[in-house]
Ligand binder design. Structure first.
Ligand SMILES: *[C@@H]1O[C@H](CO)[C@@H](O)[C@H](O)[C@H]1NC(C)=O
Ligand SMILES: *[C@@H]1O[C@H](CO)[C@@H](O)[C@H](O)[C@H]1NC(C)=O
Ligand SMILES: *[C@@H]1O[C@H](CO)[C@@H](O)[C@H](O)[C@H]1NC(C)=O
Ligand SMILES: *[C@@H]1O[C@H](CO)[C@@H](O)[C@H](O)[C@H]1NC(C)=O
Length: 387
């Protein structure tokens, strides 16, 4: 007995050393990501190649600062997930769809996020808002892709439970598009508000399913301050609207985002109560970005550009609904690093980098992310029964 537990301990110790060597900080084996354009590292691009009803959205000039190429990321360069992967010592997280079968699925991470994806089913969205086509890649469908592919990543059920438990699961951002679709056609916000509880429920039920599958650490982002987006400022701007005198953002839309975020956090508390073993991390995208709008100079930005898009073809916020950055408009500002907004909807690489730092190396996650990682989980990992 003594010798067998001794050798198990020894084996556990080896795993610690192995993890430290292989991964910069050894906290997580991989990142498993769900969401929309805030996290998509190439799925929408590849879906557009294989499906007639999907039109590639984030082609050049998107990606102009990403080692000089377009990957389908909706920014000029890297996203929050790229900075996160790098900080955990992991490679860039490959998209699930990569044009080469499912070989994008890897043991160090896989990304199911798709540009345009919603929390609610696409069919619901289309019926509700008589919308043009909403991409059929809701969070429920992304979870189904994960279930279909998980055994090819980690083997049998018990190995997969361990693998999922030792992965960092990034749940979004997701839900923003459930509001963006109706907002982009000018629906009044009062009519959009009633769907917030449905959006939250869709996110929460996906989290619960992942916990049942063995998830132990999940990062759940909230919504961004919608009222600061060049697109919203352009579509809804008017003398009758209330603007925050400090930031110039539209109050009503920011309150709406906060309403979503509060409800999400309340539901996360319920999950925490029921699952004391699970670390649910709320990522406060809203305040991480708001702090920059409140004090742009502290972060190297100036008031004349803070609410304008870098890539755009004119208008007070350099955003025009009928001529958006992409195929129709390829005009890019000289210094993207001096802008927060890349295209009026998505952020620049520098914005994502600042948000990443505030979240994962700063105070904008609840609980704080950085103390969760270095010491504690390496010991736990080493002594766990993973091997
Ligand atoms: C959406 O995808 C799901 C799963 O792949 C499929 O069952 C459903 O029929 C699709 N819906 C539409 C409208 O294409
Ligand atoms: C799962 O596969 C591993 C090898 O990777 C094996 O050691 C283990 O016994 C298998 N477990 C079950 C329940 O089949
Ligand atoms: C929680 O974790 C402990 C120690 O890792 C384990 O013994 C226990 O079974 C877990 N409980 C649940 C409900 O998963
Ligand atoms: C948007 O672009 C169209 C087409 O060039 C133009 O007619 C319209 O005035 C522009 N709108 C704004 C707000 O700049």
């Amino acid at each position: 007995m003594a010798s067998s537990s001794g050798s198990r301990l020894f084996a556990g110790f080896l795993v610690v050393l192995f993890s430290c060597g292989l991964y910069a900080n050894g906290c997580y084996l991989s990142i498993i990501s769900f969401g929309d354009s805030i996290a998509d590292t190439g799925n929408q691009k590849h879906l557009a190649l294989i499906s007639d009803d999907v039109i590639f959205i984030c082609g050049p000039p998107y990606g102009q600062n990403f080692i000089g190429q377009s990957t389908g990321r909706c920014s000029n360069g890297r996203l929050i997930i790229d900075f996160l992967a790098e900080s955990l010592g992991l490679p860039l997280i490959p998209p699930y769809f990569n044009g080469k079968g499912s070989s994008g699925v890897g043991r160090q991470g896989v990304n199911y996020a798709v540009v345009g994806a919603t929390a609610l089913d696409a069919s619901f969205m289309e019926a509700k808002w008589s919308e043009r086509s909403v991409i059929n890649a809701s969070i429920k469908i992304q979870l189904a892709w994960f279930k279909e592919s998980v055994s090819s990543i980690c083997g049998n059920a018990s190995d997969c439970r361990n693998f999922i438990g030792r992965s960092l699961i990034l749940m979004g951002e997701i839900g923003g598009n459930d509001y963006n679709y109706p907002l982009s056609v000018g629906q009044p916000i009062d009519e959009i508000e009633p769907i917030v509880p449905l959006v939250i429920d869709a996110i929460i039920s996906t989290i619960n399913e992942l916990i049942v599958m063995g998830a132990r650490t999940l990062v759940v982002p909230g919504n961004f301050p919608l009222g600061c987006l060049p697109r919203i400022l352009t579509i809804y701007g008017s003398d009758n609207e209330e603007y925050d005198p400090i930031t110039g953002c539209m109050t009503k839309f920011n309150k709406f985002a906060e309403y979503h975020n509060k409800m999400l956090q309340t539901k996360l508390d319920h999950i925490r109560e029921r699952n004391p073993n699970v670390t649910l991390i709320y990522a406060d995208y809203y305040n991480a970005l708001m702090q920059i709008y409140r004090s742009p100079y502290e972060y190297g930005f100036t008031n004349d550009k803070i609410l304008k898009a870098c890539c755009g073809c004119g208008g007070p916020f350099n955003f025009n609904v009928s001529m958006q950055c992409g195929e129709l408009c390829k005009t890019v500002c000289d210094e993207p690093d001096t802008y927060l907004s890349w295209d009026g909807i998505h952020l620049t690489e520098i914005a994502y980098k600042l948000i990443f730092k505030s979240l994962f190396q700063g105070p904008y996650t609840i609980p704080e992310f950085s103390p969760l990682c270095p010491a504690s989980s390496q010991t736990e990992v080493g002594l766990s029964s993973y091997i």
